[in-house]
Design a protein around this ligand. Sequence first.
Ligand SMILES: [Zn+2]
Ligand SMILES: [Zn+2]
Length: 157
Amino acid sequence: MNPNIDPTSSCPCSSNNTYSHCCQPLHLGVKEARSPEQLMRSRFCAFYLGLFAYLIDTHHKSYLFDLTLQSLTAGPHPHWLTLEVISFYEMGNQGKVTFQAWFRDNDTLNAIHECSNFIKENGRWYYTEGVQKDPVYPRRNALCVCGSSRKFKQCCL
Ligand SMILES: [Zn+2]
Ligand SMILES: [Zn+2]
């Protein structure tokens, strides 16, 4: 799959930057993630764009288990909507990011709610593994997670 994205459009990782000023330099390998949060954002963005080689590359080899480029590419591929970073923490060569990655699957809104662990090795951050939790949906009158600027109850609920 090729990312059909205009580099001047807003980055799919919901950072409020353009793709060319956010995740693109990481995906192209011209920059390294400076923090676990930045790596997390670029990995969500890679899922969104179907950049599976980047996902394998930033996933620590000791934690890949049976995950391969082939299995990632084969899918399933939900329709990714948006990323919500809830908290992040970094200390020395370790970091954690808690997030909800919203997606739509057969018309149902769902999220991966995970606390992901990251480690830094030879100056590079890698994803290791995460603990998944149940998704927490917004309140009915809160803004929808899909970025429509409508209330959740009038949109994806
Ligand atoms: Zn981004
Ligand atoms: Zn919505």
